[in-house]
Write a protein that binds this ligand. Structure first.
Ligand SMILES: Cc1ncc(COP(=O)(O)O)c(C=O)c1O
Length: 411
């Protein structure tokens, strides 16, 4: 029997986020820019402070107490990340500097080993630029061919259209597990199965998906999975790349330097095993340890409980937005994360965001690093409200009140 779903005490949970105690222009801070970056709970701030004030030193080099403590904490964070993504082993987790860095690592390494002139890479039209530009590099430098999968207006994928893009030259699918604009998750297992049927590898950009529900890389069966720390309630400067053990084993390094070598001579160099092969130089020690604390915090709080709370906020927001006949919402898939892109009739999204800001409501406006998607939707930009575990129904009401005001001023 399943355990009953934990109901979050949001008032108590909000107290764990010190920043929420501040105001914005004398008003309650309503932070709805979580898809860009999430705020940090005390557990994460404490992990950083604790490391810097008690156990800081460089890792993997030490014959002394502090280095050993830092190394243990750093490698424990890797174990936590492996558990969080359900990787088979911590050795399948590479610490990167973020989601962008994770994709660049894979693009560089596959470009050096497997993807050459005329080889094909499938991308969707709703990718974030960080899962587009590294592949354009391979197009420019290696002559690889990019093939684009269309999506529905709501960000859903037609698996037959996807299947039809494969040829004998398809080497890789690089696709979002959840759009940062439309909020719809992609059918990860089906996408991975079809890629593998065609002998291609698959990388998921999970920078958004990992925030909003349990990710199980083994159940998906993917080759690579990228996520970023700062959206997972962790610090900036750290991200995660999952790579299946056999795939990482066969992959050449991305950057060269300390830590990633086995032997360096004046004539040749040999490389360390994964994950260290891909972590050249001093890694983001404090950030990785704090990311481990963030993932622990998410698990302790309850991934299902967070998702249920976010679903309630999304339903509330969509209900209220539907009542505003001057608002158009982009992306209304039946199942989606609490990421709501929208436009206000007769108003530029930047002006809407500026007015909301003065009411204390922080949203994003722009192309959201997804220009091909903007073109597909026929807009140059949108506003975007995105919710996190610590948002509450008052935040939804504040957004709606701010939009009414913005429409009065701009519409
Ligand atoms: C879907 C998606 N992919 C990748 C990224 C890039 O993450 P980072 O800026 O942390 O490297 C983001 C961040 O906005 C994102 O939303």
């Amino acid at each position: 029997m399943n355990a009953p779903l934990k109901i979050l005490d949001i008032a108590r949970l909000r107290e764990e986020f010190p920043i929420l105690a501040r105001d914005a222009y004398g008003k309650r801070l309503v932070y709805l820019d979580n898809a860009a970056s999430a705020q940090k709970p005390r557990a994460v701030i404490d992990a950083m402070t604790q490391t810097l004030t008690r156990s800081y030193a460089n890792v993997h080099r030490g014959l002394h107490l502090l280095s050993n403590e830092a190394t243990t904490a750093f490698e424990n964070a890797r174990k936590t990340a492996a558990r969080f993504l359900n990787a088979a082993s911590p050795n399948e987790i590479v610490f990167t500097s973020g989601g962008t860095d994770a994709v660049n690592l894979v693009a560089y390494a596959l470009g050096a080993s497997e993807i050459g002139e005329g080889d094909e890479i499938i991308l969707s039209l709703m990718e974030h630029h960080s899962n587009i530009v590294p592949w354009h590099f391979l197009r420019e430098r290696k002559g690889a061919k990019l093939k684009w999968l269309d999506i529905s207006d709501d960000g859903e994928i037609d698996l037959e259209a996807y299947r039809s893009l494969f040829t004998k030259r398809t080497k890789l699918v690089a696709i979002s597990h959840m759009s940062n604009v439309l909020g719809a998750p992609t059918p990860a297992k089906a996408l991975a199965d079809i890629a593998h049927e065609h002998g291609a590898k698959i990388l998921f950009d999970g920078c958004q998906a990992a925030v909003h529900g349990k990710v199980d890389v083994q159940a998906i069966g993917c080759d690579f999975y990228a996520a970023t720390g700062h959206k997972l309630y962790g610090p900036t400067g750290v991200g995660l790349l999952y790579g299946r053990a056999d795939v990482l084993d066969a992959l050449p390094p991305f950057r060269g330097g300390g830590e990633m070598i086995e032997m360096v001579t004046t004539d040749y160099v040999t490389y360390n095993d994964p994950p260290h092969r891909f972590e050249a130089g001093t890694p983001p020690i404090v950030e990785a340890i704090a990311l481990g604390a963030a993932l622990d915090w998410m698990e302790r709080t309850g991934l299902d409980a967070i998702a249920a709370h976010e679903a309630a906020l999304l339903a509330h927001a969509l209900d209220e937005l539907r009542k505003l006949n001057f608002v158009k919402v982009y992306g209304q898939a039946k199942v989606k994360a609490p990421i709501v892109a929208f436009g206000v009739d007769g108003a530029h999204p930047h002006d809407v965001a500026a007015i909301l800001d003065r009411t204390g409501v922080a949203v994003r406006a722009g192309h959201h690093c997804a220009q091909p998607l903007m073109r597909r939707l026929g807009v140059s930009s949108t506003a975007r409200a995105s919710f996190a575990a610590y948002n509450d129904h008052d935040d939804v009401e504040a957004l709606i009140a701010g939009l009414v005001k913005a429409h009065e001023m701009l519409g």
